[in-house]
Write a protein that binds this ligand. Structure first.
Ligand code: UD1
Length: 421
């Protein structure tokens, strides 16, 4: 297991290129199973989660080629509909293969994902939706087994907006017989990217970018090509890297409309933001961040995937702020680690109360999940002395060469390989 060693205190300046969005790619890849032949995904990030999904698709029989961020998936050779525990336990998004496999082959057996570092993450909405489309569902020895001759369109109402359930039901319904309506569908940009891919494959979907999606099932789809959107969470993480180190960074390829809530909170915190075409400049030089309250919400609200990074920034802000996570109510495993670096944070239920401190001080800290790791790196960039962030394999799931990109901006950060911690 690798660790990062960070000598804090360097101001970050320069330009950073944003990679393709992890959460978009993880939906686009299984969507390629819906048509026989080779689909091509451009701007695919080189991340461990993408490698895990590739292994899973290969296990199902697909052929994968991945070079220079171009991912080719040939699904003509798919001959197996079982997603084993060894893949699903590494990455919950593996559950995305459920909808495509079921609708295309009439059968799928997918390991139940289980818990996660920040508590239970149910998939009841995915299963209830598939049931409405006519699937028979059985749970056996830790596996979900779904069967259907041909799915039938239905009206599906999600009590909660769910990215994963919307993606899964969308993929299942495009080949169903008749019309499906998804009410309270997720509107995250990654879902829009998926809808655009499905449209290119010949699907009939109405209501793109809204919370009511109507899908007219078709008999067959064809392979297609799609460009993955930029990763708004990676872009957001670099915005905070600039803010926390009082630097000045040009974020290339970030889409400001995907980051509106984060950009507006950064402006509230005193940062200067400029949108120049597809680029975003943040100037935080000589700016003491102000303490600003944040509550996470579904898109276009403040993303839960930026909560941990925001908390790191608020740890060194000028006064007192609160951070509330309404999506994942116990997603605060980064707090005890930030406290080890000198932050003053207390958590009650889904609220963190942060009293800004003048300085953080380097220490050894442990990554517990992907975004928690990012918040520790951000805190390490500003902490006095040396911070060691252990177990960065969490971070490698979702950031493409984070330490290299940070180093190019002037950070003193090194990866130390192969340590046992
Ligand atoms: C996706 C993202 C993840 C992000 C999350 C919320 C991917 C691969 N992951 O996860 O990075 O943090 O969206 O933006 O895209 N829920 C249920 N039942 C379900 C499904 C979800 O109760 O069947 C609840 C969850 O517990 C959570 C809320 O709905 O409280 C939203 O979760 P959801 O949008 O489904 O998250 P994921 O798709 O798993």
């Amino acid at each position: 297991m690798d660790k990062f060693v960070i000598h804090g205190g360097k101001e970050l300046n320069g330009t950073v290129e944003i990679s393709g969005a992890k959460n978009a790619t993880l939906a686009l890849m299984p969507a390629a199973l819906l048509a026989s032949g080779e689909s091509v995904l451009y701007n695919t990030p080189e991340l461990n989660d993408v490698f895990t999904m590739s292994k899973l698709l290969k296990q199902l029989g697909a052929e994968i080629q991945f070079e220079n961020q171009v991912l080719k998936i040939n699904s003509a050779t798919v001959n197996n509909q079982i997603a084993p525990y060894e893949h699903v336990k590494k990455m919950r998004a593996s559950v995305y293969v459920l909808g495509p496999l079921l609708t295309r082959y009439g059968f799928a057996k997918v390991s139940l994902p289980g818990g996660c570092a920040w508590g239970p993450r149910p998939i009841n909405l995915h299963l209830e939706g598939l049931k409405k489309l006519g699937a028979e569902i059985e749970l056996d020895e830790g596996y979900i087994i779904v069967k259907a001759k041909r799915l039938q369109g239905a009206k599906i109402n999600f009590d909660k907006s769910s990215v994963g359930a919307t993606g899964n039901i969308l993929m299942a319904s495009v080949l169903a017989k008749g019309t499906t309506v998804i009410n309270n569908a997720a509107m995250e940009p990654e879902i829009t990217n998926l809808v655009n891919f499905l449209l290119k494959m010949g699907a009939k979907i109405y209501g793109i970018n809204t919370s009511i999606l109507e899908i007219e099932g078709v008999d067959e789809l064809h392979p297609a090509e799609i460009e993955t959107i930029p990763d708004r969470i990676e872009a957001g993480t670099f915005l905070i890297a600039a803010a926390i180190t009082k630097g000045n960074i040009l974020i290339r390829g970030g889409i400001d409309a995907h980051l509106y809530a984060v950009l507006s909170k950064l402006e509230d915190a005193g940062m200067h933001i400029d949108v120049i075409g597809n680029d975003i400049r943040i100037d935080a030089q000589n700016i003491e961040p102000k303490s600003i309250d944040v509550s996470t919400g579904i898109f276009p609200g403040f993303p839960t995937d930026m909560q941990a990074q925001w908390l790191a920034l608020m740890s060194v802000a000028d006064s007192v702020s609160t951070v509330t996570d309404t999506i994942y109510t116990d997603r605060f495993s980064h707090v005890p680690e930030l406290i080890r670096l000198g932050a003053d944070i207390s958590v009650q239920e889904n609220n963190a109360l942060i009293k800004g401190v003048k300085k953080l001080k380097g220490a050894k800290v442990m990554s517990t999940d992907l975004r928690a790791s990012a918040s520790l790196v951000l805190a390490g960039l500003v902490a006095e002395g040396v911070t060691e962030v252990l177990r960065v394999y969490h971070l490698d799931r979702g950031y493409q060469r984070l330490e290299e990109k940070l180093r190019q901006l002037g950070a003193n950060i090194d990866r130390v390989a192969g340590q046992e911690f």
